[in-house]
Design a protein around this ligand. Structure first.
Ligand SMILES: [Zn+2]
Length: 127
């Protein structure tokens, strides 16, 4: 009977010790984990605050470098286009290419078709 009682105390002691160690370890881990979470949140917050400013600066710089303001070679309408791209004049609809800070007129392959139509109509009239 005495032995059983001793056994019970020993079991209880080890149980408490085990529980305490788990509790302490858990507290320690959560402290570290929370620290990391707080750090992560701070970094994330800083990034969220910082990223749009950087993105805005980069976009502004890129736009300044790539936006070209020039007059349409066909109708002299002034508008902006992106460098090294093709665009259409918003005024006359002419296809233009932005080359080295200026608009250049694209000559579409179908431009000479008008003359061919005229020849065809002349042929039809002759027959
Ligand atoms: Zn135009």
């Amino acid at each position: 009977m005495n032995r059983e009682y001793f056994k019970q105390i020993k079991f209880n002691n080890s149980g408490i010790g085990c529980l305490l160690s788990i509790l302490l370890g858990g507290l320690f881990l959560t402290a570290i984990g929370l620290g990391w979470i707080v750090n992560g949140l701070l970094i994330l917050f800083g990034f969220l605050l910082f990223a749009p400013a950087v993105a805005w600066l980069v976009i502004n710089w890129w736009l300044k470098r790539n936006l070209v303001e020039d007059k349409c070679p066909v109708c002299n309408y002034e508008f902006t286009g992106f460098n090294n791209t093709q665009c259409r004049c918003p005024n006359c609809g002419e296809q233009l290419q932005v080359v080295s800070g200026g608009f250049q007129r694209l000559t579409p392959p179908g431009t000479i078709d008008i003359e061919a139509v005229e020849i065809q109509s002349q042929r039809l009239e002759g027959e």
